[in-house]
Design a protein around this ligand. Structure first.
Ligand code: PAF
Length: 294
């Protein structure tokens, strides 16, 4: 049975129990999947991959206040621990010895908001960072804490939050955090909409218009395949995003280097990442995908 723990002492006990289980002659490996709950098939794909890569899995569920701005949706962010646990126990995803760690803010931040934090540097200032100041610092601070608390050999993150993934990779490299970071591809509904806990906010009309994000990726790829230069590729992407059935506002649409998140140069060729953030009604959505510039 999967074990639910809500405080750090119980977590430490559960990890010791995992470490005590013989790993069949090879070094024991633990994977962590960090989430904010409201789990969907995208999260389950992370857990499934974690299962393949490790002997034991820890899933963390924590809506981290540090990564929400003052006007963001912290209070209304969907929370459903019972539903999350049911999903995690289904399909043999989590099993004997696996752990779900679902702390409260008081458990994670017993002395109140942390005084010392991780800063994401330049990667935390552009794009997501420019629209959500401090967001990636809040993410990295909790991610590093959860890495220390769960002591994994591998940590898995979704490629949907591509800038978050790049910042985590950079933190792990810059601060010598002893683990492997694995990115897991975006899971999409059959019509192309990238799965997100925030999709729950969309009305039927907004959901239909939200498809312009994946439509924008397709338009950019088609233009790149025809040899259109980066500026033209981006123009096609924006046109698809803002057309008659498009989004209400674009926060950003950019072609960037996948690891630094700096904009690609005029005339650049090779692999770039198209990153999008847009508002549909009151909901902010992000999406991204690789584009091969020729
Ligand atoms: O991607 C998320 O759900 C969150 O940013 C994370 C990594 C769990 C940190 O709170």
């Amino acid at each position: 049975m999967t074990r639910l723990v809500t405080d750090t002492a119980a977590l430490a006990g559960a990890l010791t129990a995992q470490d005590d289980v013989p790993a069949g002659g090879h070094p024991h490996r633990r994977a962590v999947v960090m989430t904010m709950g409201a789990l969907h098939a995208g999260h389950l794909a992370l857990v499934r991959r974690a299962r393949e890569l490790a002997d034991h899995v820890v899933v963390t569920i924590f809506v981290n206040p540090l990564q929400f701005g003052p006007t963001e949706d912290l209070a209304r962010y969907p929370r459903d621990l019972e539903g999350d646990l049911a999903l995690l126990s289904g399909d043999g995803l989590l099993g004997e010895g696996d752990v779900v760690f679902a702390p409260t803010p008081a458990v994670m931040y017993p002395s109140g908001d942390p005084v010392v934090r991780v800063t994401a540097g330049r990667i935390g200032e552009v794009l997501e960072g420019a629209f959500r100041p401090g967001h990636l610092d809040g993410v990295l601070t909790v991610v590093l804490k959860l890495m220390h608390l769960t002591r994994p050999g591998v940590a898995l993150f979704g490629q949907k939050d591509a800038q978050q993934l790049a910042a985590v990779r950079r933190m792990v490299r810059d601060l010598d955090v002893p683990l492997e970071v694995v990115g897991v591809p975006i899971v999409r509904d059959s019509d192309g909409l990238a799965l997100s806990s925030r999709n729950a906010y969309l009305t039927a009309d907004e959901r239909r218009r939200a498809l312009s994000l994946s439509g924008s990726l397709a338009a950019a790829r088609a233009a790149a395949d025809e040899g259109v230069a980066p500026d033209g590729v981006l123009a096609e992407a924006v046109a698809a995003l803002t057309g008659p059935d498009g989004v209400d506002a674009v926060d950003y649409a950019a072609l960037v280097d996948p690891s630094s998140f700096e904009a690609v140069e005029h005339g650049a060729t090779g692999e770039a990442l198209l990153v999008l953030a847009a508002r549909v009604g009151g909901t902010r959505l992000i999406d991204n995908g690789e584009v091969m510039l020729r």
